[in-house]
Design a protein around this ligand. Sequence first.
Ligand code: 5GP
Ligand code: ZN
Length: 114
Amino acid sequence: MNDCIFCKIIKGEIPCKKVYEDEDCLAFYDINPQAPIHIVVVSKKHLPSVLAFSEDDASHLGRIQLAIAKIARQLELTESGFRVINNCGRDAKQSVPHIHYHILAGRDMGEKIV
Ligand code: 5GP
Ligand code: ZN
């Protein structure tokens, strides 16, 4: 998508502080961090949200889950733990319509939402 900010980051048209990359996803530090460590793990496929997933995406999406675990190990978060969040749509305040997962870490996350 030409006007999608995350597609532009994936194409290298907008810089990012990269943490991890493989054939399925790119992970980088969030520009507006909500925790000492705040990473967004972005699919390399432009899917607007989880609602756009199809059966054909299952392997791709599964590998992104594996990438989240790799990133956690890479950043040595396995002992402390971390939170993974996806925002979908208006009420969840999704601001970038390109599927991504937030990894939040580096502090006590406070009360659980769920
Ligand atoms: P959402 O609100 O869609 O769940 O999350 C989008 C996230 O992308 C936000 O946390 C926002 O700070 C981050 N973000 C938006 N634009 C940029 C950018 O250009 N660079 C980086 N590194 N993060 C961005
Ligand atoms: Zn996109």
